[in-house]
Design a protein around this ligand. Structure first.
Ligand code: SF4
Length: 688
């Protein structure tokens, strides 16, 4: 008889939700998830997880999982075989390529998928189809942070590990709702404060949980962070508190920085940020008094027209105070999705191969051409923001999109959805029939993280293996298998039998991942990039200098971009972000009963002042209307927000509420949508 032990199985995996990258053991019996058990061997989280990692797995057995390919038939979809779906896809891809050119096709990879899958997606686009039109959703969140770091310190990654955050004397969080978006990091911050006496500064529009606990909480006007960051940097330099020895040895262009900061006096900053001089002096003093400072930031900084510049200002401040190249210090853009770092690392970007190697560089291209045995396109491709404009302009015919609900999560979704309708042919590969699938011509059923093998790279550049917990649900396939099958039907000759072979290829072609192999990642072992060929990794990103020719970082002066102007009637600033229990468009968490019970519906946080003015209470129904669309939502009155600031969680079970309101305005350097510059007018429908 079958032993009980034979049927109950323990598998190590990595969480599919946020960028903290918690790893843990999962106990299963068949497809039943018995429990999630954190392990003290887990490098990012040890024995902690949050509610999503612990309970957010019912979705794998949801009756709503896609299990058959679907083909559009008029306004309906019909089920098809894989062969028929592939035949149609390959015919359309080939036809478009031959008749209209390879740049008429575009590819979007997913930060939910593994590194190996993102690598294959860009290889399919580049080596098989012949276009650089490939991107991923870090375009919606952290591209500006990456840009700010590239400009100044050369690598777009966290300066150290989560442990460095926890060991810093001063922890500054700007525009990050850490307790809800990166719960395990917030726990570490809270215990650093309590047990080690670390000081915490929070700058945010919303008095969220970490803000409540901060030693100093500041609330600047929307989109004014660059101003106070520059003013604090200037104040530090004017007081001679900057780290002269560090700057002398490791940073170029100090004079340019000083010149660029001239106008950012405390008076100027007071006028434009709404902060008091004392608040800014406090920030500067606390940085000056701390032995080590880390700055964590997220979408509150990046999703603005000046998102890259504000991120650059953060890095300038850290450089000026010598807070790089040592433990417990530096820059920590907190990555949203579990594998948002990895999706970019793997070259799902229109101008870079894996490891941020430039497509335009002849030598780099020659290296890839030789390895892949094919000529490659040198022309920079479109990012996903440009793809939408190209759809509207009739310049893009085919989109192949995997694991992303772009019709909900992109900004100004009405415009995005109209773009989809103008495509000739669209393939969506997902685990559920998302809103975006409604616009597809073919839908392919993929497998989630529990059903596959691969690696994810978390916010601290840590590469970790996930082992297959259960077989792919009948009828579905892992994304890497699907991409390989399509590539081969288009004439490629790929022979990957296991994702480890894809990683071997990544290592061969990518200096940042040179020493990465599945053997070195066995079990709970992990590596933080850059990884040298001999396997030596880099928990601290900068040890003997910065990745520029002279090994020196550079100051990069930046100026303020004022927030987008709206007509006066749009008087409500609609801030947006996450909820603890849900994740993004919610297509996994809303199918996990344990999570949905907690927060079934999206709601709008309004301030006491606004409630009084408009006679609102908990449960009132209001309509928000922006120039781009409208939503109806119920209110809750709270002191987390103030004045005409409202907060609309981006997680919702249906239509993507916030993005019916947001615009197509974007960060000027990276095209990241300015979600945080959304304004609307409010009509009360029901006082309740
Ligand atoms: Fe950890 Fe983030 Fe997963 Fe929560 S959602 S368990 S913090 S990786």
């Amino acid at each position: 008889a079958e032993m009980r032990e034979d049927r109950i199985k323990k598998t190590k995996t990595v969480c599919t939700y946020c960028g903290v990258g918690c790893s843990f053991d999962v106990w299963t019996k068949g497809r039943d998830v018995l429990k999630v058990e954190p392990s003290s061997d887990a490098p990012a989280n040890q024995i902690s997880t949050c509610v999503k990692g612990k309970f957010g797995w019912d979705f794998v057995n949801s009756g709503e999982r896609l299990t058959k390919p679907l083909i559009r038939d008029g306004n309906e979809f019909r089920e098809s075989t894989w062969e028929e779906a592939y035949e149609l896809i390959v015919r359309k891809f080939n036809e478009t390529k031959e008749k209209r050119g390879a740049d008429r096709l575009a590819f979007i990879s997913s930060s939910k998928c593994t590194n190996e899958e993102s690598f294959l997606m860009q290889k399919l686009a580049r080596a098989v189809v012949g276009t650089n039109n490939v991107d991923n959703c870090s375009r919606y969140c952290q591209s500006p942070a990456t840009m700010g770091l590239w400009r100044t310190v050369g690598y777009g990654g966290d300066s150290g590990s989560i442990t460095d955050i926890a060991n810093a004397e001063l922890i500054i969080g700007i525009g990050t709702n850490t307790a809800e978006a990166h719960p395990v990091i917030a726990t570490r911050v809270k215990s650093a404060q309590k047990l080690r006496g670390s000081k915490v500064i929070v700058s945010d529009l919303r008095k969220h949980e970490l803000a409540e606990r901060a030693d100093l909480f500041i609330r600047p006007n929307p989109s004014s962070d660059l101003v106070w960051l520059n003013a604090v940097t200037k104040y530090i330099i004017d007081n001679d508190w900057h780290d002269k020895a560090f700057i002398e040895e490791h940073v170029n262009d100090f004079d340019a920085l000083v010149k660029g900061l001239e106008k950012y006096t405390l008076e100027y900053a007071e006028k434009h940020t709404g902060l008091s001089k004392e608040e800014m002096i406090n920030v500067a003093t606390m940085i000056n008094e701390a032995e080590s400072t880390v700055i964590m930031w997220a979408m509150g900084i990046t999703q603005q027209r000046g998102g890259s510049d504000s991120s650059t200002a953060i890095s300038n401040l850290l450089l000026a105070t010598g807070n790089y190249m040592k433990p417990n210090a530096g820059a920590y853009p907190l990555r949203g999705h579990n594998n948002v770092q990895g999706a970019s690392d793997m070259g799902s970007m229109p101008d870079r191969f894996s490891g941020y190697q430039f497509v335009a560089d002849d030598e780099t291209r020659a290296k890839f051409e030789e390895y892949w045995g094919t000529k490659l396109n040198a022309k920079k491709g479109q990012n996903n923001h440009e793809m939408v404009d190209a759809m509207h302009a009739g310049e893009l015919d085919v989109l192949y999109l995997k694991g992303e609900d772009m019709g909900v999560v992109d900004s100004n979704v009405n415009y995005v959805r109209e773009g989809f309708e103008k495509l000739q042919f669209m393939v969506v590969q997902d685990i559920f029939f998302s809103k975006t699938c409604e616009y597809a011509d073919v839908v392919l059923p993929a497998a989630p993280s529990f059903e596959k093998t691969g690696t994810f790279t978390n916010t601290e550049r840590r590469i970790q293996r996930l082992y297959q917990v259960m077989d792919p649900l009948e009828g579905t396939k892992p994304d890497w298998v699907i991409i390989q099958e399509i590539a081969n039907l288009m004439g490629a000759n790929w022979n990957y039998t296991h994702p480890s072979e894809i990683m071997d290829e990544v290592a061969d072609l990518t200096p940042l991942y040179a020493g990465v192999s599945y053997d070195r990642l066995e079990g709970y072992n992990s590596l933080q990039w850059p990884v040298e060929r001999d396997g030596k990794d880099s928990p601290l990103l900068f040890t003997d200098g910065f990745p520029f020719d002279d090994k020196k970082a550079r100051f990069y002066p930046v100026d303020w971009t004022e927030p987008t102007e709206y007509a006066e009637e749009y008087d409500i600033h609609v801030n947006n972000g996450r909820l603890l229990e849900h994740f993004h468009e919610g297509n996994m968490t809303y199918k996990s009963e344990g999570l949905t019970r907690e927060t079934p519906e999206v709601f709008l946080e309004v301030s006491h002042e606004l409630a009084e003015e408009r006679k609102l209470r908990d449960g009132s129904l209001v309509r928000l209307q922006s120039p781009y669309g409208k939503v109806e939502v119920r209110t809750i009155v709270t002191d987390r927000v103030y004045g005409k600031e409202v907060y609309l969680p981006m997680n919702d079970s249906g239509d993507g509420a916030i993005n019916l309101l947001s615009s197509s305005i974007a960060d000027k350097d990276t095209s990241t949508p300015a979600y945080k510059e959304t304004k609307a007018k409010m009509v009360v429908l029901e006082r309740g």
